[in-house]
Design a protein around this ligand. Structure first.
Ligand SMILES: [Zn+2]
Length: 276
């Protein structure tokens, strides 16, 4: 699997960067069965990518999620994390090399991480936050609901300087209910997509002919969206399904490329501008 794929839509360059691989229990990805069953499940998925998205907008460079870092496989990495650390260690497996960390890969693209203006975290799970160390100077954005109740997160792994902007969605949006406009030209906004976590959010790029939804962990794959399938881990099935239905309705309204973090086909669909 290539680690970087580049696409341009309406003059905006978007890089899909694979920052390493993760395995989850099959019952974690498959339709919801509840946390105890996931812990006991002996079966693992194949290796899944951890995509980070880099969007070079005229108003600034935006990074969506930050991927993993190679220390995650150290034996004591989760020891600070109490119950969530213990569970994360039990239900996740990683293959991460240092050169695949987001900071290294940005440099191969000629981008200094210090030049990144915004980092939007879809939620606070470790495989989305563990590259934060490269962005002490960026404006980091997390939904207020996620910071108030970080479901399954391991906050002791966050950098000591971590003090993100708490996003509340104040702008009415006829599809997502409400939104947070990021760029002043209206092209990029943040929308609430709860269910996988209490404050999960996604980034919506509105193009002239095609939109892109950087969807974090709303589902594992586009197929799960098409099949209206709630994955094994969520705060509650109702919220997760309502979010899936909202995204499906949006995709009916606008041609939309749907990009979950752990879908092996996400970068290819972006490259081929393949809509849902
Ligand atoms: Zn997650």
């Amino acid at each position: 699997m290539h680690s970087i794929t580049t696409t341009t839509i309406d003059g905006v360059t978007i890089h899909a960067i694979n920052c390493g691989l993760v395995k989850v229990k099959r019952s974690h990805r498959n339709p919801s069965v509840g946390a105890p069953a996931i812990l006991l499940d002996p079966f693992w998925t194949e290796w899944l990518p951890i995509w980070v998205w880099v969007i070079k907008h005229p108003e600034g460079i935006l990074v969506v999620d930050t991927g993993e870092n190679h220390h995650v496989t150290d034996s004591d990495y989760f020891s600070c994390g109490g119950a969530n650390g213990w569970v994360s260690r039990k239900i996740l497996r990683f293959a991460i090399q240092e050169q695949f960390e987001i900071g290294f890969q940005l440099k191969t693209l000629g981008i200094d991480p210090a030049d990144v203006r915004w980092v939007v975290l879809t939620h606070l799970h470790i495989d989305h936050t563990d590259g934060l160390k490269y962005f002490p100077r960026a404006e980091i954005m997390v939904a207020k609901a996620e910071l108030d109740q970080p479901y399954g997160a391991v906050p002791c792994t966050f950098p000591t300087w971590f003090n993100p902007r708490k996003i509340t969605f104040t702008q009415p949006d006829k599809h997502f209910g409400k939104a947070y406009p990021l760029t002043s030209d209206g092209q990029i906004s943040i929308v609430p997509t709860i269910g996988h976590a209490y404050g999960h959010q996604s980034v919506l790029f509105r193009g002239k002919t095609v939109d892109v939804l950087f969807a974090g962990d709303t589902t594992f794959t586009e197929q799960q969206l098409r099949q209206r399938q709630v994955a094994g881990i969520c705060t509650d099935k109702g919220s997760a399904r309502r979010t899936i239905d909202t995204i499906r309705a949006y995709c009916q309204y606008r041609p939309t490329i749907y990009l979950p973090t752990h879908d092996s086909q996400s970068a290819l669909r972006l490259k081929q501008q393949q809509v849902v």
